[in-house]
Design a protein. Structure first.
Length: 59
C-alpha cells in the first residue's frame, strides 16, 4: 500500500518503523521512496530529509 502526504507542514515529520523483534510487533522492513511532484510551484525550495538510525532496547 502507498501513502502520499501532500499537505505536510515544516513542523511535521514522518517516522518509519522498519523492524521489530517481537513476533508480531509488525514492521518487517519498510520501503520508502520519493517522486517528482508535477504540482510543485516553480522555484519552490527542495524538500529536506533527515535519516536517523536508532536502536532501542527494552528489558
Amino acid at each position: 500500500r502507498w501513502f502520499y502526504f501532500p499537505e505536510m507542514r515544516r513542523d511535521e515529520a514522518l517516522v518509519f518503523k522498519v523492524f521489530d523483534s517481537a513476533k508480531d510487533g509488525r514492521a518487517r522492513f519498510t520501503a520508502h521512496s520519493s517522486f517528482v511532484d508535477p504540482t510543485t510551484p516553480e522555484g519552490a525550495p527542495p524538500r529536506q530529509s533527515i535519516e536517523a538510525r536508532t536502536l532501542a532496547f527494552f528489558s
